[in-house]
Write a protein that binds this ligand. Structure first.
Ligand SMILES: Cc1ncc(COP(=O)(O)O)c(C=O)c1O
Length: 422
């Protein structure tokens, strides 16, 4: 493998979507130089067009007041609908299966209200190892809410001893043994800590064969992997838009409900006026009549300023194309892995799976002798990444705004850092 900077520059030259980097604001270091931003798995960067999209709505509010609901350039009343088709394209869903609403943990709870229906015999929830804490709290509180002990009801999917990743074989064994007592499988499409991507289709099939409902937290997968939610068939999924989807801190979440559930008005759900049939929503009737799409799970009228920022980013995704982004991402992450393995394998281990179907942009680098000085060295040398206690640095080259050159410089700084802290 060619380790020269010329190789990286050549790859960038040949990259058919290199121009998108220019469309983002890259944070600067103290000297005013662009940082090497490898943190899109945590918070995506701001498209240069975002302020204009948000300003449009502020201007309409300034000039139209309440009339903006119907007469803004993009009328606010149906504003969330302009996000649906593009978001559906990103996660491989039918538009009727998608709604942008609330934030992620709220949506996980709303989905569990409908799709976690425990009985005394079948009440457990299978979830992936080391999930983001919010998912663990949400799952645990749902069990308690239904009168079960979280310690008894939570089955954590851990890699088998001596393994780094959770294998499909292991999932099959767990379902073989416990499938009859599992009400819900709720897995992160990509594990936030290890970066392992799960086989959505196979897990869904196995779950359904065992009588379980199946949902995914796609926070680290949406805008990262080429998803096929409709065809793969999980019952629901939800994700935030502020990571790979670049919509800004704390922005709204996407939610998927498979169409097989849309007509089922008997499903329990928490209701609010925005989920009511649009024809009668403003008649202020007593009876709740849910929209027969994913929109029927909405509660409140959604924040337009946040949706405007989402729209700015989705327009860029539509132009670049998810398939093209994924192609570049596979090459970029493989290049990063190869440079690290060549230089630094004595002190660092990549705990993210090696095969491209089992990971997205992110690599999780585990230090053999944990020392946060390495992370501090990276930061003080213009690399934005993140440190996860006790010993992992996560780095995610994002195809929209990272280049092969970024990856090359990162690997050089990482190598220097490892030598410095010996
Ligand atoms: C996997 C995962 N789940 C849940 C959350 C929580 O998201 P929110 O604060 O939008 O509810 C995050 C946030 O980073 C996450 O990474």
């Amino acid at each position: 493998m060619d380790r020269s900077i010329q190789f990286a520059l050549g790859q960038d030259q040949a990259d058919p979507i290199k121009q998108y980097k220019e469309r983002f604001h890259i944070p600067k270091d103290n000297a005013g130089k662009d940082t090497i931003y490898l943190c899109g798995n945590s918070l995506g960067l701001m498209p240069k067009t975002t302020p204009a999209y948000v300003m449009q709505e502020l201007e309409d509010w300034k000039n139209l007041g309440v009339e903006g609901h119907f007469h803004a350039k993009n009328p606010w009343m149906p504003y969330h609908e302009i996000l649906t088709e593009q978001m559906a394209g990103i996660v491989g869903a039918l538009p009727s299966e998608i709604v942008v609403m609330n934030s992620l943990t709220v949506n996980l709870h709303l989905m569990m209200v409908s799709f976690y229906r425990p009985t005394r015999e079948r009440y457990k929830i299978l979830f992936d190892y080391s999930p983001f804490p919010s998912d663990r709290y949400a799952i645990s509180s749902q069990l308690k809410y239904h009168g079960f002990q979280p310690e008894e009801g939570m089955i954590e999917l851990k890699p088998e001893s001596g393994q780094e990743e959770v294998s499909m074989h292991h999932i099959e064994n767990i379902l073989h043994e416990h499938g009859h007592e599992i009400a819900l499988i709720l897995i992160g499409g990509v594990n936030y800590y290890t970066g392992q991507a799960y086989d959505v289709k196979r897990i869904t099939q196995l779950g359904h064969q065992n009588g379980c409902l199946v949902g995914f937290d796609m926070a680290h997968a949406a805008g990262n992997l080429s998803l096929r939610l409709h065809d793969d068939g999980p019952d629901f999924a939800s994700w935030c838009t502020y990571k790979y989807l670049n919509s800004g801190p704390g922005s709204l979440s996407g939610c998927f409900v498979h169409e097989r559930h849309h007509q089922n008005t008997a499903l329990p759900r928490f209701a609010g006026w925005w989920g009511n049939d649009k024809k009668t929503r403003f008649m202020m009737q007593n009876e709740f009549n849910p929209i027969r799409t994913a929109e029927g799970w909405q509660l409140s009228n959604p924040p337009v300023l946040s949706m405007a920022a989402i729209k700015a980013s989705l327009d860029i995704f539509s132009e670049a194309g998810m398939d093209e982004l994924r192609k570049k991402s596979i090459r970029l992450t493989a290049y990063l892995a190869a440079l690290i393995q060549l230089e630094d394998n004595k002190n660092l281990r990549i705990i993210t799976p090696e095969s491209e179907e089992k990971r997205g942009c992110q690599l999780s680098l585990q230090m053999k002798r944990p020392d946060k000085r390495l992370f501090n060295y990276l930061t003080s040398n213009g690399v934005i990444s993140d440190w996860r206690e006790p010993d992992v640095i996560r780095v995610a080259p994002v195809p929209l705004y990272n280049s092969f050159e970024d990856v090359w410089h990162f690997s050089r700084i990482l190598h220097e850092g490892l030598n410095n802290i010996k």
